[in-house]
Design a protein around this ligand. Structure first.
Ligand code: ADP
Ligand code: MG
Length: 399
């Protein structure tokens, strides 16, 4: 789960991590009120969307101006103008895709005099089974270019969970940043506080880009991006409260209500599978037969008929879906339950795209019988290869 910059900065403040003052606003009036609580005379108005690259982004609407989603305002009146332009407009950045994101809220922040822009992030590194910090003296809006052209300018420091964060970790990062004097101690504390925050909130990723050295020589987090491990959200109601459903794919939101693991992809073949491993294998084999999966969908171990129906609806809500492959191994799950769900959903929704069903395992004969006697146009398949071949052929034929 991701949160907005203004929420991430609230968490930074809770942990005593320096970041410029700022207030979120959902309307032009609120933006005006925000400026009254900030010292001025410089403000920065920042579009709040769950995507980076806002500074270099562009609004679809010409009326929103040429300058992108992070704008320096030299007066309260200018904040007003920018708020009017940004709210409700659609911002396209390198991370949003061509459709862009509608800006429903903005962040009015103190304008800061920047001496240098640094890059700092932390993530759960599976290779080392540790939290890894990634740091570069060349932060700001072009970090992807730095990583690509000059990877030697990026330093990684991993933290052994047994001994935890130690000052030497912070010093290595401080030296990679080229910091000196008091700044080194400040950096050691800041990185340690970030590490504690990350662990306390079960984050999977944290990015401060840029971390800045201000003109008066202190460090401050000018931007903040955080992602949380969704499996740990049950113990963080404060983080769950920050969820913004308007930033998420509607089909994925619907799926999470039914406790289905669904991820939308770009292909044409909708998949309904039980078990994450089988779902991955199903996507692989669809690709092997020359097509692309439209989604990843794991209905889980003990799905009910209702859950199968909900899964079907979600798959079919994607207009790109040109065929559906149901691939179920009935272990805990019984094949007849799946078959009933498939038939009920196919009847209710009047499925017009080709549907291939491969069932194996508990009550498989009964399941196949239900499908065969349903009178619906369902193509049975015997194994993974057979299923993938049939659905890709059927979709090609229909095209
Ligand atoms: P994004 O990464 O989405 O483009 P950032 O918050 O990193 O958004 O802002 C982009 C750039 O705008 C920063 O690298 C910095 O140069 C400038 N900037 C952002 N916030 C402020 C601020 N409060 N004061 C001065 N400049 C800022
Ligand atoms: Mg940034």
């Amino acid at each position: 789960m991701n949160i907005h910059e203004h929420q991430a900065k609230e968490l930074l403040r809770q942990y005593g991590i320096p970041t410029p003052a700022g207030i979120a606003a959902f309307s032009v009036r609120e933006a005006g009120e925000a400026t009254q609580q900030l010292p001025g005379p410089l403000f920065v108005v920042k579009a709040q969307i769950h995507a980076g690259g806002r500074g270099k982004g562009k609004f679809k609407e010409a009326s929103a101006g040429e300058k992108g989603g992070v704008r320096l305002a030299k007066s309260r009146a200018e904040v007003h103008t920018f708020a009017e332009q940004m709210l409700g407009a659609t911002l396209v950045t390198a991370q949003t895709g061509a459709d862009g994101r509608v800006v429903n809220r903005i962040y009015v922040s103190d304008g800061v005099d920047i001496e240098r822009e640094l890059y700092l992030s932390a993530l759960v590194d599976r290779a080392s089974s540790r939290v890894a910090f990634v740091a570069s003296a060349e932060g700001g809006v072009d970090i992807e270019k730095v990583a690509h052209d000059t990877p030697e300018k990026i330093v990684s420091v991993t933290i052994d969970p047994a001994s935890g964060y130690q000052p030497f970790h912070g010093r290595r990062i401080a030296f990679a940043f080229g910091l000196e004097g008091k700044q080194v101690a400040q950096c050691v504390k800041l990185v340690g506080d970030l590490y504690n925050l990350m662990l306390a909130k079960d984050m999977s990723m944290l990015e401060i880009n840029p971390l800045i050295v201000t003109k008066d020589g202190s460090l401050s987090c000018l931007d903040a991006k955080m992602s949380f491990d969704s499996n740990a959200l049950y113990r963080h109601p404060d983080i769950v409260d920050m969820r913004d459903l308007t930033e998420e794919d509607p089909a994925e939101v619907e799926a999470s209500k039914h406790d289905l693991s669904y991820v939308k992809l770009d292909g044409t073949i909708g998949c309904m599978v039980n078990g994450a491993g089988l779902a991955m294998a199903t996507m692989d084999i669809i690709k092997l037969y020359g097509a692309e999966p439209a989604n990843f969908l794991d209905v889980g171990g003990g799905a009910s008929k209702e859950k199968v129906q909900a899964a079907f609806k979600i798959i079919l809500s994607d207009p790109a879906v040109k065929g559906i492959l149901v691939n179920i191994f009935g272990g805990i799950m019984r094949c007849d339950i799946i078959a009933e769900g498939v038939v009920a959903a196919a009847r209710e929704m009047g499925i017009t795209v080709p549907l291939v069903v491969r069932l194996e395992g508990t009550n498989v004969e009964l399941g196949k019988k239900i499908l065969a006697e349903s009178g619906l146009k369902i193509t049975p398949a015997d194994d993974l290869g057979d299923a993938a071949e049939k659905i890709t052929a059927a979709v090609k034929e229909a095209a």
